[in-house]
Write a protein that binds this ligand. Structure first.
Ligand code: G3H
Ligand code: 13P
Ligand code: ZN
Length: 342
């Protein structure tokens, strides 16, 4: 199956009432782990690359790895998504390369740190929607700002400083025409999200429910949604790591989100933890090893296990063969007819 648009995957997820994990990648082993998990669970796939991942890998390598994945797993609908595009140019370069979906994160200015105004966000997101939809490519926008900083991207803070205003969310969707909307509900990127199991004072599921009530047909996206499981932390620390105690987003809260309009769930940190724990274990137990495959194989296996679990928990498992890919040209034609109709 060719790479497909994210809009199609999320529309199908909405029909089926499930969520789809969007997993970050930087290299071949991570892509292999996700594809094997998808085959095992029969799940559709969103793979995403951040600006940092594109720079680390030289994005052409990543793109061709994605084409290889599409060829090797023809039964699986597969989206290649840009995570946290910081400018029109970043999104355009991803679309030109062949990404089938982009996030224009206009909640921050192009420096990736300073919160943007509502009008700045609308203007840049709308511009990306125009060029993306002309090619059938999906656009995710963001309103509100997450906490934390990852790879130099993020406004910092706790995650509660710029929680999404539901009224602004409605206006933002109407003015931009985005296909999916990332909202800020107190989560942040990375391992250190919460200092104890989060309750409603720090994880604002009430805001999510209010947004869904006002935008029942919009695909919502939860960023910073790693659960940071204790068992993965423990493996890292058992083999010489130094993680401080921390809590992520409980899976049952994500599942509540999925019952209320969340269709895309971003997960990176949990996979980083799984990989690092597996590698540390080999280094500690077999210090004589120096063949990278001796630690990359268990690392890939640990990530596959985690991804397969999340695919099951998010409900996408079993839905990989529900539909045929709609070609991007057809998606473009659909967008064009909607624009004419308005
Ligand atoms: O946006 C957050 C993701 O975890 C990507 O992280 O920018 O370090 O690649 P990164
Ligand atoms: P985590 O750091 O919680 O995995 O979030 C990843 C993310 O939101 C990528 O955009
Ligand atoms: Zn994110």
């Amino acid at each position: 199956m060719p790479l497909v648009s994210m809009r199609q995957l999320l529309d199908e997820a909405a029909k089926g009432g499930y969520g789809v994990g969007a997993f970050n990648v930087n290299n071949m082993e991570q892509i292999q782990a996700i594809m094997e998990a998808a085959r095992e669970t029969k799940a559709p796939v969103i793979i995403q690359a951040s600006r940092g991942a594109r720079a680390y890998s030289q994005d052409k390598y990543l793109y061709h790895l994605m084409l290889a994945a599409a060829e090797l797993y023809p039964e699986i609908p597969l989206v290649m998504h840009l995570d946290h595009g910081n400018s029109f140019e970043t999104c355009k370069s991803a679309i030109d390369l062949g990404f089938t979906s982009v996030m224009m994160d206009g909640s921050l200015l192009p420096d990736g740190k300073t919160p943007a105004t509502f009008d700045q966000n609308v203007e840049v997101t709308r511009a990306v929607v125009e060029i993306a939809h002309a090619k059938g490519v999906t656009v995710e926008g963001e309103i509100g700002v997450l906490g934390g900083i990852e790879d130099g991207h993020g406004a910092g803070g706790t995650g509660l400083e710029h929680v999404t205003d539901p009224d602004q969310a409605v206006e933002f969707v109407a003015k931009t025409g985005v296909d999916a909307l990332a909202i800020a509900i107190g989560t942040s990127h990375g391992a250190y999200k919460f200092s104890s199991k989060p309750d409603g004072s720090v994880l604002k599921m009430d805001i999510l429910l209010a947004i869904h009530k006002r935008l029942p047909n919009v695909h919502l996206v939860m960023h910073g949604s790693s659960s940071v499981p204790k068992d993965l932390q423990d493996v890292i620390n058992q083999y010489g790591g130094k993680l401080k105690p921390t809590w992520g987003v409980p899976v049952e809260e994500i599942q509540l989100g999925i019952r209320n309009g969340v269709r895309k769930i971003n997960v990176d940190t949990d996979n980083r933890l799984a990989i690092t724990g597996a590698i540390r274990k080999v280094f500690a137990e077999k210090p004589e090893e120096f063949d990278p495959r001796s630690y990359l194989k268990p690392a890939r296996e640990a990530m596959k296990k985690l991804v397969a679990l999340r695919m099951t928990q998010f409900g996408q498992a079993g839905h990989g063969s529900d539909y045929q890919a709609i070609p991007l040209a057809e998606m473009a034609a659909q967008y064009a007819s909607e624009t004419v109709a308005v």
